[in-house]
Design a protein around this ligand. Structure first.
Ligand code: MGP
Length: 196
């Protein structure tokens, strides 16, 4: 998240009621995509729908506050929050050498909306040491366990992946986290249920 260069440049409602609502740019722009439920003949690419792109903190909250909360997403549907210009598909050139940290949400007592929001905020706020590795975040509402996935750029960079995995485990307080290489998904045509 970009910060003001000095505190005297911050415009608040207290000192400037006319202009306090200046927008605060994010370090990157992010696009929110959606796939729905049900079977379809459409290719993966055709199933992906763009909902919006956000470039500022204010736009992010405007979009987030108007989303169906993930806890209420229909089984089978997913949200994809990806860097602008990166499509949430294995075949996108930004993803072909990448992989994904996958978190199975096993703790029904935890708010899934909080887990997803915390992951989004840490991502747009560049809170991960290797935030440069992150291509996007997915929330998948599935029959047995919902999942959060963090897609990364360079699966072969073990140090970067481990750094991200450690920080994600701490952020989300979860133990069920594993790394998948997109190459395996591309070969099997399956995101998760393939056998390595
Ligand atoms: P999914 O929603 O990512 O996984 O993909 P699901 O259904 O939770 O688990 P899976 O292990 O049964 O896959 C659902 C299906 O969409 C996959 O099985 C693929 O057929 C297709 N698919 C998903 N993704 C992310 C891609 C992709 O990036 N490229 C292509 N070509 N197909 C994809």
């Amino acid at each position: 998240m970009a910060s003001a260069t000095s505190s005297d440049k911050l415009i608040t409602v207290l000192n400037d009621p006319e202009n306090f609502n200046a927008k605060h740019p994010l370090q990157s722009s992010w696009t929110l995509w959606y796939t729905g439920t049900g079977t379809t003949q459409d290719s993966w690419s055709q199933q992906l729908t763009v909902l919006t792109t956000v470039s500022t903190v204010e736009d992010f909250w405007g979009a987030y506050n108007n989303l169906v909360p993930v806890q209420q997403l229909e089984t089978g549907s997913s949200y994809y929050f990806f860097r602008e210009g990166v499509k949430p598909e294995w075949e996108d050139p930004h993803n072909t050498s990448g992989g994904a940290w996958v978190i199975q949400i096993m703790q029904p007592q935890r708010s899934q909306d909080d887990l997803f929001l915390n992951t989004l905020l840490a991502t747009i706020g560049s809170c991960f040491q290797r935030h440069d590795e992150i291509c996007g975040i997915i929330f998948a509402a599935r029959r047995v366990h919902n999942r959060i996935s963090v897609w990364t750029k360079t699966a072969s960079d073990k140090e970067a992946q481990e750094s991200l995995g450690t920080q994600l485990r701490e952020l989300l307080g979860c133990s069920e986290i594993s790394f998948k290489n997109h190459q395996n998904s591309t070969q099997s045509g399956k995101s998760y249920s393939y056998k390595v």
